[in-house]
Design a protein around this ligand. Structure first.
Ligand code: URA
Length: 213
């Protein structure tokens, strides 16, 4: 059966994530506590694929990367490269709009300790597959980290061995879409300088040049 591009708010596919969602809802009934829908331009040329919502960030606010530490660098870079307009203020009602871009997550529900299991990532693949298929003008996908990279390949039915993850690597996917890889813009990666703002900008420069050609 084909999945919709967005998970239903009461998605039952992953028992551990459903239990975590319920615990969070009991402790914080004012939080979003549901699969976080994709955010951005329905005619996006660029789809950015993150890992999963952070518990006090996207899981609280209901918008990918919003309120998460990783969102500061991601939304700041999107604004810098003209892929967003407005001001990012870590709130879903900050008025920020994405221009030609959409953000989604490989796993739509917040996982405990930020770590989805391989089975959970697999359960969520149908949504990613449909999300990609629903973007008629898609030219580029940016995978933030290896789990997102692997999810994109699986969603497209491509063997992992044929496209190895590497920061700055690009891979041609069917349908004229280029997959760009970046280390995830997580707090850990930026604090340890595994990913610097300059390294992230250089990936976006390559994406912009792909979109402009
Ligand atoms: N927030 C998200 O929505 N996704 C990530 O990958 C990290 C933080």
């Amino acid at each position: 059966m084909t999945s919709p591009a967005e998970a239903p708010l009461d998605c039952p596919l992953c028992p551990r994530l459903v239990a975590y969602r319920r615990d969070n809802d009991a402790a914080h009934p004012d939080w979003f506590n549901a699969p976080v829908p994709s955010f951005g331009d329905a005619n996006a040329h660029l789809l950015i694929v993150g890992l999963a919502p952070g518990v006090k960030g996207a899981n609280r606010t209901g918008r990918p990367f919003t309120g998460d530490f990783a969102g500061d660098l991601l939304y700041g870079t999107l604004l810098e490269f003209g892929l967003a307009e407005g001001t990012y203020d870590a709130r879903p009602d900050d008025g920020l709009e994405l221009k030609g871009a959409m953000i989604t997550n490989a796993v739509r529900c917040v996982p405990p300790q930020n770590k989805p299991t391989p089975a959970e990532a697999k359960n969520c693949l149908g949504f990613l597959k449909s999300r990609i298929a629903a973007l008629p003008d898609l030219r580029a996908i940016l995978a933030l980290g290896r789990i997102a990279h692997d999810a994109v390949l699986s969603a497209q039915g491509i063997r992992k061995a044929s496209a190895t993850f590497g920061h700055g690597a690009t891979h041609e996917l069917p349908g004229g879409v280029t997959l760009f890889d970046s280390y995830h813009c997580s707090r850990y990666n930026t604090n340890t300088r595994r990913l610097t703002p300059e390294m992230f900008q250089s990936v976006f420069r390559a994406i912009k040049s792909c979109l402009e050609n």
